[in-house]
Design a protein around this ligand. Structure first.
Ligand SMILES: Cc1cc2nc3c(=O)[nH]c(=O)nc-3n(C[C@H](O)[C@H](O)[C@H](O)COP(=O)(O)OP(=O)(O)OC[C@H]3O[C@@H](n4cnc5c(N)ncnc54)[C@H](O)[C@@H]3O)c2cc1C
Length: 394
């Protein structure tokens, strides 16, 4: 903490010197002067009638010292699990490349893990110019504390202009930690980017339940950070043999905040929701947790993933990773079968870009039918078993 005076506002009234409990203030020609006995107690700040005295915290000092004109490069966090890049990383590369080209800056990835060097070349072949590679046994599995410390260190050192992170479960946890540590802004769940005349990133995301699109700028802080939902952008085409630069980085001292005793994988209900070509999703129309199993049976019969509306996740019929929609996953499968889901806007924003949508609902006026390719009006308890029988008989 530091104490400062806005000399233009100070009237040299002397109230601060009178109120100071430690006698640390004397009045100079342009305002109060503080001697070494000042404890930064803040009484002078409170008492100043002109509001000319203020405190500056560490966060503000970091911002003041950072020279944003030195920032350069568009970065993408190359999230990997067990040595495989997450799909959203490639999707971000296309968009990242467009922005980097317009800015005349390089597109870089930051890749954290252990024994993952092979991914550098993969990223380069997908259009990345530079890969910042940090390898250590402690970074093998994703963890918030250590990953955030490494990213803060690297961003502080190399100062990218823009830093994009995939809106996966890990990305959504990591991005706000890093942004807070760097004292910069973060726009979550972006669906589009552009640049303004000054080269600031225009970050567009749905707001007010998807009814409005908001465009957000972060003109005073760097890097400009955003998370992006999977399946919003298309992945680029791989160019085998393409060359780029791998920069092996030195790690800062890592300070774990937690000790992980055990990692338990959740029992899987079929294929990964974000990657599946077919998603069978159930809503409150199923009536109960037991009847929700019909959705799982249909998903199994068609080799699809299980999705759900928030209503059934909130009711505990199925776990959160299956939730589709504004506060869940965005999916874009070839086929989406919505069973007993009304079609609230918050659900639609997560699935309306599916190629074919089949909706089953007893209410012919349910909003889900407005986005459905095929609609079946009827009871889920009758229609789902009939569909399963028909699929199995073929
Ligand atoms: C900030 C915010 C974020 C949200 N995020 C999400 C999100 O990410 N995902 C999400 O899904 N929701 C989200 N919601 C909630 C959303 O607004 C809806 O409340 C929710 O999607 C409704 O779920 P549902 O369609 O399963 O239930 P309901 O709206 O209750 O619909 C049930 C449907 O089932 C039909 N039905 C009933 N019985 C039968 C039967 N026997 N056979 C056939 N059809 C039947 C009914 O006609 C009805 O259309 C969010 C809300 C807010 C405010």
């Amino acid at each position: 903490m530091e104490i400062r005076v806005r000399t233009d506002d100070c009237t040299i009234c002397g109230v601060c010197a009178q109120e100071c409990p430690f006698g640390s203030i004397s009045m100079g020609e342009v305002g109060p002067e503080f001697d070494e006995s000042c404890t930064l107690c803040g009484v002078c700040v409170e008492s100043c009638p002109a509001e000319a005295i203020y405190m500056v915290g560490e966060a503000e000092k970091i911002l003041e010292e950072r020279d944003s004109s030195k920032s350069r490069g568009v970065w993408v966090f190359a999230e990997q699990r067990a040595g495989h890049l997450q799909g959203v990383v490639l999707e971000l590369l296309n968009e990242g490349k467009n922005i980097a080209t317009q800015l005349g800056e390089p597109l870089a990835c930051v890749l954290l893990g252990d024994e993952i060097e092979h991914l550098s070349q993969e990223l380069i072949e997908y259009g990345v110019d530079q890969v910042y590679l940090a390898e250590a046994p402690e970074l093998k599995d994703y963890r918030d504390d250590l990953y955030a410390q490494v990213l803060e260190h690297l961003v502080g050192k190399y100062q990218p202009t823009i830093f994009l992170i995939g809106g996966t479960t890990n990305g959504r946890s990591l991005a706000p930690r890093v942004a807070t540590g760097l004292r910069t802004g973060l726009t979550a769940d972006c669906t589009g980017f552009a640049l303004d005349e000054a080269g600031n990133l225009l970050q567009t995301r749905p707001a007010f339940g998807g009814n409005l699109m908001a465009t957000i700028r972060c003109p005073h802080h760097r890097p400009q950070m955003a998370t992006v939902r999977p399946k919003v952008f298309e992945a680029p085409t791989r160019q085998p043999g393409r060359s780029g630069e791998e920069i092996r980085v030195e790690l800062p001292p890592l300070k774990p905040w937690a000790h992980i005793l055990e990692i338990v994988d959740e029992e899987s209900l079929g294929p990964n929701l974000g990657e599946a070509n077919v998603v069978v999703a159930g809503g409150r129309g199923l009536g109960s947790a037991e009847k929700f199993r019909l959705v799982e049976d249909l998903a199994r019969a068609v080799g699809g993933a299980v999705g759900a509306s928030r209503a059934v996740v909130d009711a505990g019929w199925v776990s959160y990773p299956h939730q589709v929609g504004q506060t869940g996953r965005t999916v874009a499968p070839k086929l989406y079968i919505a069973c007993g889901i009304s079609g609230a806007i918050q659900h639609l924003v997560g699935m309306q870009s599916a190629e074919t949508i089949v909706a089953i609902n007893r209410d012919p006026d349910a909003p889900i039918f407005s986005v459905a390719t095929y609609g079946i009006v009827g009871e889920v308890e009758e229609i789902i078993p009939a569909l399963i029988r028909e699929i199995k008989s073929r």
